[in-house]
Write a protein that binds this ligand. Structure first.
Ligand code: KIV
Length: 276
């Protein structure tokens, strides 16, 4: 009766929250990427990516905006639905866009839409102490949640740019406390963006749930990057943590496979991709 999630004619069952938890416990690095359409979703899944995020980065890499702020719930649903069609094994997470989770009821309504209409298995929200009640409300309704800390791109206009977070000792301690509170509120995963290696390491060792990093150093449970950044599609200045995996590869599938291999071998990130 409960076999539909495991019977897709695959050698390995699809990834779920328990798989990710087990990977943390066993020290197996979790390879994650963003995707925005079915064709790339097929490649990302075939390369062995464990978790795929339909990120609001789509506002920048797909829609051509300067920030993620203009992205709507309907935009994420549209892209999530297309990605869901391309995945077989990877776990699918959808971003909750700017201002779509300011109240518990509103957050629940939008999270339900991302799951029912978009096919997401988890929602991600940019979080801090102010979002503890929201995460609790979602978790109480069995919505799997990823809490995003560190650099929160939806706050770019408030913080004055895309900057490394947690360099200050007090700010790092504050982030660690928020991460613990969000975990206690029911977050199943924590994502850390653009923080010094030490902050990535201390939060990862303090939490029971998996910690996925983007520019958070090598000592986290998994890595995520924006697909268009690793395929060298993004033009202009890219963040320090980005590595071009397309260089020297003859196809996008080979480039994505090389990223997954390097994450699994802990070869990525190298010191030049990290913050101190
Ligand atoms: O929107 C996004 O793609 C993200 C990643 C940068 C983690 O949140």
């Amino acid at each position: 009766m409960y076999t539909q999630l495991e019977q897709r004619g695959m050698p390995e069952p699809p990834v779920n929250v328990s798989t990710l938890q087990k990977m943390k416990l066993q020290g197996v690095p979790i390879a994650c990427l963003t995707a925005y359409d079915a064709s790339y979703a097929v490649l990302v899944d075939a390369a062995g990516t464990d978790l795929v995020l339909v990120g609001d980065s789509l506002g920048m890499v797909i829609q051509g905006h300067d920030t993620t702020v203009p992205v709507t719930v309907n935009d994420i649903i549209y892209h999530c639905r297309t990605v869901a069609r391309g995945l077989r094994r990877a776990f699918l997470v959808a971003d909750m866009p700017f201002m779509s989770y300011t109240k518990p009821g509103m957050a629940l309504e939008n999270a339900v839409r991302l799951m029912q209409e978009g096919g997401a298995m988890m929602v991600k929200l940019e979080s801090g102490d102010d979002q503890v009640g929201i995460v609790e409300h979602l978790a109480k309704h069995d919505i799997p949640v990823c809490a995003h800390l560190g650099l929160k791109p939806q706050s770019v206009h408030k913080i004055g740019g895309f900057k490394v977070q947690g360099r200050d000792v007090d700010k790092a301690a504050e982030m660690l406390n928020s991460a613990k509170r969000l975990q206690d509120a029911g977050a199943d995963i924590v994502l850390l963006e653009c923080v010094p290696n030490e902050v990535g390491k201390s939060i990862t060792s303090a939490l029971q749930v998996p910690v996925i990093g983007i520019g958070a150093g090598p000592d986290v449970d998994g890595q995520i990057l924006v697909l268009y950044d690793i395929l060298d599609i993004t033009q202009g200045r890219t963040p320090k943590f980005v590595k071009n995996f397309q260089a020297g590869c003859d196809s996008p599938l080979n480039a994505i496979s090389s990223y997954v291999r390097e994450v699994k071998a802990r070869d990525y990130p190298a010191p030049e991709h990290c913050f101190s």
